[in-house]
Design a protein around this ligand. Structure first.
Ligand SMILES: Cc1ncc(COP(=O)(O)O)c(C=O)c1O
Length: 218
């Protein structure tokens, strides 16, 4: 599972763009099976969206663990991606080492202030999580009718599989693009063929997307 010289094991949980994730017991098992001196880095970017019973964030599972480092971001549920702000949680030793290579002022003050304020807006977070689950279900069922299958709902996106659809992912992508709707192609970069990633949007965006899909198929 790991190589002799390996020092780090990086895991995005849930993963992008597949939306798949290791359950809490699987993640604990992974840590047990890794050599002790391999640092396990868990990217919790989508943790706030996760309401699946068998999931626990890296932060919840690995408090005070010397050989685990957790990554968090304000780019997802907090909606602050353009401010480029996130944080990490790990042992003092690792934080100290990171500070040696960290450029000064790497997160500007406005971004820091906005991030702190966004943490207080719990109403927005609760509303966003609910919105995400409702529309992920709606979109998943809606697309199923057209033979477009997707992963089980986890984060704020669906990985659409066109294997059983009468159209290829590429055709669908181009048709939507002409209507001003851009999905993420998984072919370039991820090398995942005939699939597309759909991010759950606002109510207006989701309805626009559904209307556009109806238009493509009818
Ligand atoms: C798994 C994962 N981690 C992190 C990020 C991005 O985080 P940031 O905007 O803080 O660089 C993304 C964004 O797509 C992601 O999918």
């Amino acid at each position: 599972m790991f190589q002799k010289k390996q020092k780090l094991f990086f895991l995005a949980n849930p993963n992008n763009p597949t939306g798949t994730y290791l359950t809490s017991s699987e993640l604990l098992e992974l840590r047990k099976k890794l050599r002790k001196n391999i640092l396990l880095v868990v990217d919790d970017a989508y943790a706030e969206y996760m309401k699946n019973n068998d999931y626990k964030s890296g932060l919840k599972l690995f408090k005070n663990k010397q050989n685990v480092f957790i990554l968090r971001t304000f780019s997802k549920i907090y909606g602050l991606s353009s401010l480029r702000v996130g944080w990490g949680y790990g042992s003092k030793k690792i934080i100290k080492a990171l500070n040696v290579i960290k450029p000064p002022f790497n997160v500007n003050e406005v971004a820091q202030k906005a991030a702190i304020e966004s943490l207080k807006d719990t109403k927005f977070i609760t509303r966003s999580v609910k919105h995400n689950i409702i529309y992920a279900k709606k979109l998943k069922n809606f697309l199923n009718q057209y033979g477009i299958n997707s992963n089980n709902i986890s984060a704020n996106f669906l990985l659409l599989n066109f294997e059983k659809c009468k159209f290829k992912a590429k055709y669908f992508y181009e048709k939507l693009k002409m209507k001003g709707i851009i999905l993420r192609s998984t072919e370039n970069g991820y090398n995942i063929k005939n699939m597309l990633r759909l991010t759950i949007g606002s109510k207006t965006d989701n309805l626009k997307f559904m209307r556009a899909v109806k238009g493509i198929f009818n």
